[in-house]
Ligand binder design. Structure first.
Ligand SMILES: [Zn+2]
Length: 102
């Protein structure tokens, strides 16, 4: 999950087109504080996140966080935690199937 709520961004020629749609009166070269969910999906800005499996906190580029999170709605910090996540999801599916077959 994302721990950090806000982030400072600097407007430049490559992100201007995106941020002009969500912020008013912006100028290139200026710094603005925005909510994390307003960041461009492809942003490389590092943000503070927490692993949903081992609860370790770390800085991760927003883009990489979304790549992991969007797969199953769970963020994993490492391949080891991803394995645990997969086992949990398989188990959850089995329980759901058992419930509906009763
Ligand atoms: Zn982890």
């Amino acid at each position: 999950m994302i721990i950090q709520e806000k982030i400072k961004i600097i407007i430049n020629s490559s992100n201007y087109k995106y941020y002009i749609q969500i912020l008013e009166n912006i100028r290139k070269g200026n710094e603005y504080e925005i909510n994390i969910n307003q960041l461009h999906n492809g942003s490389h800005s590092p943000i503070l996140v927490e692993c949903d499996i081992c609860h370790k906190q770390l800085m991760k580029p927003y883009r990489q966080y979304l790549e992991s999170f969007n797969k199953k709605g769970i963020y994993c910090c490492s391949p080891i935690c991803a394995q645990i996540k997969n086992k949990k999801l398989i188990l959850k599916n089995m329980v759901v199937k058992m419930f509906f077959s009763i």
